[in-house]
Every structure is written in C-alpha cells, then in structure tokens.
Design a binder for this molecule. Structure first.
Ligand code: NAD
Length: 307
C-alpha cells in the first residue's frame, strides 16, 4: 500500500496563482480545502447550497489576508442543476483566462426514512416510491458525472498545464457499508467514474489528471449520530484539514493520476495500487491475463457508443 504524503513545498510551488473551481466549500472538508488554497495563493471560485456559511467563510478569509493570499469568490449553487454548475465555471472564466483545477466535494448522507429497515419495509410501505434515495444518487453521483464533464471542457479549452480534477468518494465507495444503501452505491460510482477517466483524460484531454479522495471518519457534521460512539471507542478520526491536504497533494503532484486516496487517522494511502497489483489473486491468474488482453482490445472505449 503506498502512502501519499502532503508536501507543503510542492503545494506552495504548484498551487500559487492557480484558478480553482470547487463545489461544496461552505463547511467541513470543503471549507478546510478553500482555506488552505486561499492561504497558498490560489484563486478560488466555490459554490454551495449554504449561502450563509459560505459568505461567513469568505468574509473571515478575506478580512485578514496575508501577503500570499489568493482571491476568493462564492456563487450560490445547487449541484443538481447543470446550468448552476456551468455558471460556477463561467464565473471563474469571467475573472481569469484559464481554469486549472476542479474539485468536487459536495456530498450528502444517507436520507433518513428507514427505507431498508426490516421493521418498516413490508408490502404496504414498499408501494411508496422512495424519492429521497433517488435524490441521494442525484447529488452524490449524477451531479459528479456532470461536474466531471463540465470540468473537462473548461480545463481542456483554456491555457495552462498541470491540470487536474479531484472527485470525492468515501471509504464507503471502496468497501461494504451496511446502512448506507444509496450513499455507498453512489460513492462506489464515483470510484468507477474516476477509473473510467484515468487513462482516458490524460491522452484525450491534454494531460488532465483525475483522482478520487476517499475519507474515512472525518470530524464534520456529516458524521451525525455515529460520532459519539466512534469517539467513545477511540477510533481514528481525520480533521477536515487532514483530508484537505490530500486533496491539495493530488492537485499539486503531477505524478498522481488514477488514485483512490483512502484518508484515515490523518494519513493518505492509494488503494488502487494494491487492487491492481493483486488482480491475479482475486480474479484468478488465467482470468486476469485474458481480462488484461481484453482491456487492450477495448482501448480507450471509443467503440462503446456510436460516433
Ligand atoms: N465527514 C466524513 O466522515 C466523510 C467521510 C467520507 C466521505 N466524505 C465526503 O466528503 C465530502 C465532504 O463532506 P463533509 O464531511 O465535509 O460534509 P459537510 O456536510 O460538512 O459539507 C458538505 C457541503 O455540501 C453542501 N451541499 C449539500 N448538498 C448540496 C447541493 N445539492 N448543492 C450544493 N452544495 C450542497 C453543504 O451545504 C455542505 O457545505 C462529501 O462528498 C462526503 O460524502 C465525508
């Protein structure tokens, strides 16, 4: 398992002056990421549903800037609206000739409602369509696919180098997560999206890199009711800043592409390396050989859809 270490020097060198579009920066991991980027001198354009928390963050950062601080703009945003996501990228382009980094951070927890509870699910309750489960997928996965598409267009069509997209999955996107039925499905989808893009975008979109961040328990409002027991059991907890540093490392380090960075207890590890390396073990040696040949035949997947 390869550890990913945050380098302050590299972040300072490669992120100062960069133009960053970020969704979900009003609080939690997003706010920590906005704060670090601002301190490093990046120009941030962030969107969030929570306007009051976003404006409070923006004013606290701009009220006491250091000489190295970058600029920061906020746009009220609902990621389920495609045009709303487009507007955020347009806002960045109205101030700068290029966009360098796109960071997707919005996520919402499993909706309450006992949709899979054996004590609630029966032949009567099953007749009500569970719309909150669909909305959860809409926010946690559909909007991420659309964000990636928009980001590729804006990053590849504007000048600059060392460009990248960072998507946010979860430990629940890598492993089983009973209780998180829609959330975990969506977060697995984010890893799938990153895997579909990681060979494709560097060659088809001017070297754009794509990585996914997969936090384990992180001290934000999202932990909700789980937090008390987690702390009581003395389980490892990330600070939002720990996760933000891994996001910055993915943005700064030109060698990082196609990683799924598990962040636990404050440290980051690429889980894809182990999955790829042990392919013959979990798929079977012969299956793995044929599968890899099949991947070569499929190439970058241009034949899946009609041209
Ligand atoms: N906190 C954890 O333990 C943890 C663990 C694994 C993954 N994650 C992931 O990390 C990311 C950030 O999580 P966090 O813990 O900082 O959560 P958070 O709740 O603190 O922040 C999420 C932000 O997204 C915004 N948001 C929600 N719905 C939106 C929408 N439709 N449009 C625009 N903005 C919207 C919220 O207003 C909020 O500011 C999420 O994708 C989450 O799934 C968090």
């Amino acid at each position: 398992m390869s550890e990913i270490i945050f380098s302050d020097t590299l972040a300072t060198q490669n992120l100062r002056g960069k133009v960053v579009v970020l969704t979900g920066g009003a609080q939690g991991i997003g706010a920590a990421t906005v704060t670090l980027l601002h301190q490093l001198g990046a120009h941030i354009f962030f969107g969030d549903l929570d306007t009051s928390k976003a404006l409070a963050l923006q004013s606290s950062l701009t009220s006491s800037p250091s000489p190295d601080s970058g600029t920061i703009h906020f746009l009220p945003l609902d990621v389920t609206s495609y045009s709303s996501q487009l507007s955020l990228f347009d806002l960045a382009l109205s101030h700068h000739p290029q966009i360098d980094i796109a960071i997707q951070l919005v996520g919402v927890p499993e909706p309450p409602g006992n949709y899979f509870s054996p004590s609630h699910l029966n032949l009567t309750t099953v007749r009500d369509e569970p719309l909150p489960l669909k909305q959860n997928i809409d926010i946690n996965l559909t909007s991420v696919i659309l964000f990636s598409r928009i980001a590729l267009a804006y990053l590849s069509s504007t000048p600059g180098s060392n460009k990248s997209i960072i998507l946010t999955s979860s430990i629940a996107g890598i492993t089983e997560a009973p209780g998180l039925f829609s959330y975990s499905s969506a977060k697995h989808g984010v890893i799938g999206l990153m895997r579909s893009l990681r060979r494709f975008t560097p060659s088809q979109f001017n070297g754009i890199r794509v990585n996914a961040i997969c936090p384990w328990a992180t001290d934000t409002q999202m932990l909700g009711g789980v937090k008390k027991n987690w702390e009581k059991e003395n389980m490892p907890m990330n600070t939002p800043k720990d996760v933000a540093k891994m996001i910055l490392q993915c943005a700064a380090d030109e060698t990082l592409n196609g990683k799924a960075v598990f962040v636990g207890g404050g440290r980051g590890f690429d889980t894809e390396e182990g999955i790829d390396r042990t392919l013959p073990e979990w798929m079977g040696k012969e299956n793995a050989e044929v599968f890899l040949r099949g991947q070569e035949v499929l190439g970058l997947g241009g034949d899946w859809v009609d041209k």
